[in-house]
Design a protein around this ligand. Structure first.
Ligand code: NAP
Length: 323
């Protein structure tokens, strides 16, 4: 495993584990996954040197935090534990109470990273950061992070907190490259981190899904990337991924992760539906892409033009009724 070179007291692994899948209905992995497989995934991640574990109060309405806390057991205090608050009513006393509730569900004395899940469009960050400051003062929260923030709002959050907001958790993958424009340069220049979520584009970049073999769970049924038309359009990118994967004797998913974490300010938090996937994802940290391979992937990614916006609506409706 490789680790970020940030000044945090605990190491942050370049490949972490995302746990939205744990106990949440929308992924549809069922009770055996929640009760047994998730535990095994976390145990194996610990054995393989993963230190970054990401959850949120909203995942499975607290079930993900509970499952993760139980699986980590007495290792809770040695990993870099990250969770998130949904800023519905982000006044300081509510923020403080919600952090305590998350820590209780996780069984942790401290949240190493407490992230604002998304920017509240109506309430400025001064309000929520008052609560975050208090939580840092009493030691319940180590670092403050944000998620789905623009650069402008990330910087405003830092002004409001009065100290660095360590990380911004955003979609970053071969099919979601917006962070390259401003978030990554900012993170590099200022010792901040970008946490890449959906680094496998929810499984699209594994190459397992095709127009005739689409995933059926609720998360991906509503993700336009999995429309037959877009899966078709992705075939060239998937072919380049497969070619680079063959050159390294690894899988396309591993190459997709290696591509994302090549940037020094990025750690990725892929989810996993099995222990085998977790093992593959962790091993991706050891893959060294050549400059040519990195560029070939970036070029193929730039040529991928999925249907987006209102144009996808009729396709989503058709896909829903199975046509
Ligand atoms: N902050 C936010 O707003 C936000 C939003 C979304 C996600 N997140 C976080 O980011 C994490 C990851 O994002 P995500 O779950 O959306 O997408 P992801 O990590 O890109 O995709 C995860 C899915 O890809 C498949 N997969 C994983 N490893 C694989 C491998 N080695 N080979 C083949 N397939 C593999 C699995 O699905 P199948 O096996 O079923 O195909 C798995 O459930 C989440 O768990 C969550 O912690 C945060």
């Amino acid at each position: 495993m490789c680790y970020l070179s940030t000044g945090t007291s605990k190491q942050i692994s370049k490949i972490g584990l995302g746990t939205w899948q744990f106990g949440s209905r929308e992924w549809g992995y069922g009770s055996q996954y929640a009760d047994e497989v998730a535990q095994a995934i976390v145990r194996r991640a610990l054995e393989l040197g993963v230190t970054l574990f990401d959850t949120a109060e909203i995942y499975g309405f607290g079930r993900s935090e509970r499952i993760l806390g139980r699986a980590l057991g007495d290792k809770r205090e040695s990993v870099f534990l990250a969770t998130k608050i949904l800023p519905v009513l982000p006044v300081a006393p509510v923020v403080e109470q919600r952090a305590v509730a998350s820590a209780n569900r996780l069984g942790a004395h401290r949240l190493d990273l407490y992230q604002v899940h998304q920017a509240n469009p109506l309430v400025r960050d001064g309000t929520i950061m008052r609560g975050m400051r208090a939580l840092q003062r009493v030691g319940l929260v180590g670092e403050v992070g944000v998620s789905n923030y623009s650069l402008q709002r990330w910087r405003a959050a830092e002004d409001a907190l009065g100290s660095p907001v360590l990380s911004n958790q955003v979609p970053y993958s071969l099919v979601a490259r917006a962070p390259e424009q401003d978030l990554l340069p900012y993170a590099s220049a200022h010792g901040r981190i970008v946490l890449a979520y959906s680094p496998l584009a929810q499984g699209l970049l594994s190459g397992r899904y095709r127009p005739g073999n689409r995933p059926t769970n609720r998360v991906r049924a509503t993700n336009p990337l999995f429309l037959p038309e877009n899966l078709q359009r992705a075939s060239e990118l998937l072919a380049v991924l497969a070619e680079v994967a063959a050159a390294h004797s690894v899988t396309p998913a591993q190459i997709a992760l290696a591509w994302v974490i090549r940037h020094p300010a990025v750690a990725a938090i892929p989810g996993a539906s099995s222990v085998e996937q977790l093992e593959g994802n962790v091993a991706a940290a050891e893959i060294d892409l050549t400059d040519d391979q990195y560029q070939a992937l970036a070029d193929a990614a730039a040529r991928f033009r999925p249907l987006t916006g209102p144009a996808v609506l009729p396709h989503l409706a058709r896909a829903r009724i199975g046509r």
